[in-house]
Design a binder for this molecule. Structure first.
Ligand code: B12
Ligand code: SF4
Length: 485
């Protein structure tokens, strides 16, 4: 007997596929004891997820979700329960790992998978198929509701050897969609870009970040594993550029050297380019050779979360482990190496004052030539991060994220979460910095982007796409008008 499993990615616009669902699928295919018919129902690529689920008529469903996706996951799960009570429903991913109690309370999930999901998923699916409903409750790394109370089981140890996990099941993603024209290399419009991971976890713990909710221990796939995955991505999917979604790609510098040398030796660096995320305090002038080697190995851009031009704010966000001086050095070294430098910045951090904000603007203006692209975000507390706790204690956010999400839905517009600076000032700063950032995107790329969506819009008349084109046009034209500094 083959069991039907529908894995659901609630809509979240972005150029990369939900790799988490790809990994749990490939792990089940390799280590599961039964036969499975698995489908990934992706809100980014199908117009009506619920209809798609009904058409597939699965025995089980499994949702994934960042916090911004979780309300949709809860809604769908309740609708599915209303339609067919006997479907076994699971939920995994970063949000439920951070807040199992409220997520289980709101949705109709039979089981929550907390943290790294592969091994737990296989055990849960096979136990379900074996009909041992009682045993499902003892599976490590899970949580469930019983009589209105949340039971959280012991955490499952993480997989030591990541190479035992097969490549994500990309055959179940709509790769034509994900490889289409996008900003997958941030700041450049390109097609053929997709994501890959070469490690899990991060040794740091920035106050706004939720990375360590899922992956506690830092581990790496071997460089041979990564090479083989890259070769497959080029050969099977015709990928031409890769985004390493690792939290900090350069933590293990020795391994970066080996990896780059392998890419060059194999010749694959001529076929495929890549981008990765780094951390400013890890880059020194002595690393110039490493960055140059990365460039020769096909790297085109290093992405840094610079966050702020104020040491006071960096102290709040990065626990005093990164300074403005580190940020400046990282920009200088990366620029000198010939790699593109991408920076992200945060405005509206609780504790940030007007002077701090001005320092961030000044830092960006000073580096406008060296920063090839940058993006600015409002400081947003997500469950599981220390920042969420701080904001909850101060009454800036609701204790229950679902109440917070409802509040935001009732008050659309740009949400700001600070009590130390006027919200309008933060929004104005965001608009100004967005404008400066957009100016860094070459006109050619902007035009290609707009034309692509116009042409696509003529052929594909879906409401969703029209809305998308409208948003993109708005994005383009607003970059032509300079807001006040
Ligand atoms: C690539 C990425 C994206 C991509 C999306 C890719 C995707 N669909 O997954 C894009 C660029 C679109 C994106 C956007 C955002 N992202 Co993001 N993203 C990442 C990143 C860097 C990698 C994700 C990934 O592939 N991880 C690797 C896979 C293997 O891990 P995983 O998805 O967690 O899956 C594992 C487990 O969770 C579990 N699992 C997951 N799903 C399921 C389902 C079932 C049924 C089961 C059993 C198990 C299971 O098993 C998997 C294997 O172990 C992570 C950081 C990270 N390290 O995870 C941030 C991260 C997930 N993002 C984050 C954030 C904040 C965002 C944004 C909100 C940022 C912003 N301010 O705009 C936006 C959301 C935009 C929107 N439209 O709503 C936060 C999430 C915090 C939170 N509480 O939600 C993270 C953790 C980064 C951080 N600094 O904190 N992101
Ligand atoms: S923001 Fe980056 S460096 Fe900081 S904890 Fe998260 S992944 Fe690590």
């Amino acid at each position: 007997m083959s069991i039907k499993i529908g894995l659901i990615n609630p809509k979240m616009e972005g150029p990369y596929p939900p790799l988490g669902l790809g990994y749990i699928t490939s792990y089940l295919r390799r280590y599961g004891s039964h036969s499975y018919e698995i489908r990934i129902i992706d809100g980014n690529t199908c117009a009506d997820v619920k209809k798609e689920v009904e058409k597939f008529n699965p025995d089980m469903v499994g949702f994934t979700g960042h916090s911004p996706q979780i309300t949709e996951a809860v809604k769908l799960s309740n609708e599915i329960r209303g339609w067919r009570k006997d479907i076994f429903q699971m939920v995994g991913g970063v949000h439920v790992s951070a807040d199992p109690i409220n997520t289980l309370k709101r949705g109709s999930f039979d089981l929550a998978v907390l943290g790294e999901g592969e091994a737990t998923f296989v055990e849960a699916v096979d136990t379900f198929i074996g009909g041992e409903r009682g045993a499902i409750k003892n599976i490590k790394g899970t949580a469930y509701l019983e009589g209105g109370k949340t039971i959280i089981n012991e955490r499952r140890p993480q997989i030591d050897d990541l190479d035992t996990i097969p490549f994500p099941a990309r055959d179940l993603f709509d790769m034509d969609y994900y490889l289409g024209l996008s900003f997958g290399v941030r700041g450049l419009v390109r097609s053929g870009v997709t994501s890959i991971t070469s490690s899990r976890g991060c040794p740091y713990s920035c106050s706004f970040c939720g990375v360590n909710i899922v992956f506690k221990k830092v581990r790496q796939f071997s460089r041979e594993y990564c090479m083989a995955e890259i070769v497959e991505l080029a050969a099977k999917y015709n990928a031409r550029s890769l985004y390493f979604a690792d939290d900090t790609f350069i933590t293990n510098k020795k391994s970066v050297f080996t990896f780059c040398e392998n890419l060059i030796r194999s010749g694959i660096s001529k076929k495929i380019s890549w981008t990765a995320q780094a951390r400013a305090n890890l880059i020194n002038w002595q690393d110039l050779d490493m960055l140059r080697l990365m460039k020769s190995a096909g790297c085109i851009q290093l992405e840094y979360g610079f966050e702020s031009g104020s040491d006071h704010v960096l102290g709040l966000l990065k626990q005093n482990k990164v300074t403005v001086e580190d940020n400046q050095r990282a920009i200088d070294v990366t620029h000198k190496s010939g790699l593109r430098t991408l920076g992200t910045f945060i405005v509206g951090t609780p504790g940030e004052g007007v002077e701090d904000l001005e320092m961030t603007k000044a830092f960006i203006r000073k580096n406008l030539k060296k920063l090839d692209y940058f993006q600015t975000f409002i400081c947003t507390p997500f469950p599981g991060s220390p920042l969420y706790e701080t904001c909850r204690e101060k009454g800036i956010v609701e204790a229950d994220y679902f109440d917070e999400a409802e509040k935001r839905e009732r008050n659309p517009g740009i949400a700001v979460y600070t009590d130390t600076i006027e919200h309008d000032i933060v929004v104005e700063a965001l608009k100004y910095l967005d404008y400066l950032g957009l100016k860094k995107v070459r006109l050619k790329d902007k035009v290609i982007w707009v034309l692509y969506h116009l042409v696509k819009g003529n052929r594909d008349v879906s409401h969703r796409d029209k809305l998308y084109i409208f948003k993109r046009l708005h994005f383009y034209f607003s970059s032509l008008f300079r807001p006040a500094a």
